[in-house]
Write a protein that binds this ligand. Structure first.
Ligand code: ADP
Length: 339
């Protein structure tokens, strides 16, 4: 289990290596406050941009400036599509990110696909694949163009892998394409409801339209990258919009084939942390193999007088999440076999 950091504790003796920022579910729209589908959580559409701007100001001012920021998806809200403000809102959010002194890695969530097609996203500023690492002589670690995923090395012996959790999905793709038909078939096989966003009565409630999953092709690629990391004594952090570990997430918010993703991860020792967004409430659990699953609290459901972002300080023996506002602090020790 992660320990709560003790502010009174003496300064750590383990070696600090680098830090990175995390933020999730900004869902900006120039709209009055609203509510989620259940109408039990307030959504601060307009203020979410202010939250982002103040997170950027704080990261820029930190004594130890993070080496990069991970944006965990849903950067603008789906309402923008109805209001025909998708491009304008994206521009405002990207202008805010411009002020950040370090690179941002953008993950794609369901709200990206409510606003834009996959082709549009591929050609947009939300495609940060140019920041990827290429491992020479290992073509198996090069991702296919069929999904938006890549890996990068923010610090020697640490590999971060950004996954496409909507690789299997009916969102953002042409309804006449074979891929759409294949994904619709998977969804309907698991969800007989007329409203495919409804999990009502499902034994696997994650099979809803606002979720997605990982293709076998992407899982094979992930397996190959993890194999390389195991062999080269790297520690790996995985980033995805949708979470994959039930103990850390609402069961409705998991990736369609989360079990397959866990199976791949659990067959390697190198993974230390899986970071996701999507749930808005946040969640945390260390799985039996010692992988820390963090679902970050969403900016969109964060009151103006609070905050929702964090900085992860990476040490030789652990990662320490320093949360702001409703993101709690966490100490995440590495599994023994990695020390
Ligand atoms: N239980 C449900 N039944 C039917 N539709 C739902 C249900 N939950 C969510 N939806 C719909 O699914 C879409 C995504 O839900 P939303 O709560 O906005 O997701 P997010 O948390 O990603 O913003 C919305 O169009 C919403 O109306």
């Amino acid at each position: 289990m992660a320990e709560e950091p003790d502010p009174e504790a003496p300064r750590d003796s383990s070696e600090w290596l680098f830090s990175f920022g995390v933020i999730a579910d900004i869902q900006y729209a120039d709209l009055e406050d609203g509510y989620n589908f259940q109408r039990n959580r307030r959504r601060y559409y307009r203020h979410s941009l202010r939250h982002l701007q103040s997170a950027i100001e704080e990261w820029n001012k930190e004594g130890i400036v993070p080496c990069c920021v991970l944006q965990l998806g849903d950067v603008i809200d789906g309402y923008n599509a109805q209001c025909k403000t998708s491009e304008k809102s994206l521009e405002l959010v990207m202008d805010a990110f411009q002020l950040l002194q370090v690179p941002v890695h953008h993950t794609w969530g369901n709200h990206e696909f409510y606003n834009f097609s996959r082709d549009y996203l591929t050609n947009s500023k939300l495609n940060t694949k140019f920041l990827e690492d290429r491992i020479i002589h290992h073509p198996e670690t090069v991702p296919s163009e069929n999904y938006y995923a890549y890996h990068f090395v923010p610090f020697p012996e640490f590999r971060f892998i950004l996954l496409d959790a909507y690789d299997l999905s009916i969102l953002g793709i042409d309804q006449s394409s074979p891929r759409y038909q294949q994904c619709l078939k998977i969804l309907k096989e698991h969800n007989p409801n007329a409203e495919l966003n409804s999990p009502q009565g499902l034994c696997e409630p994650q099979f809803v339209q606002f979720n997605g999953g990982f293709s076998q092709d992407q899982l094979n690629w992930l397996n190959d990258v993890l194999k390389f990391s195991d062999t080269n004594q790297e520690k790996v952090v995985i980033v995805s919009h949708i979470p994959i570990y039930p103990e850390a997430s609402d069961s409705v918010c998991l990736a369609w084939n989360y079990r397959e993703a866990l199976e791949v991860i659990w067959s390697h020792k190198c993974v230390v942390c899986f970071l996701a967004g999507h749930t808005h409430d946040g969640g945390y659990s260390e799985d039996p193999s010692g992988v820390h699953h963090v679902d970050l609290e969403g900016v969109i459901e964060t009151a103006p007088d609070s905050q929702a972002f964090g900085t992860v300080h990476v040490y030789s023996d652990k990662m320490v999440l320093k949360g702001r506002g409703r993101v709690p602090d966490r100490i995440m020790n590495y599994k023994k076999e990695l020390l």
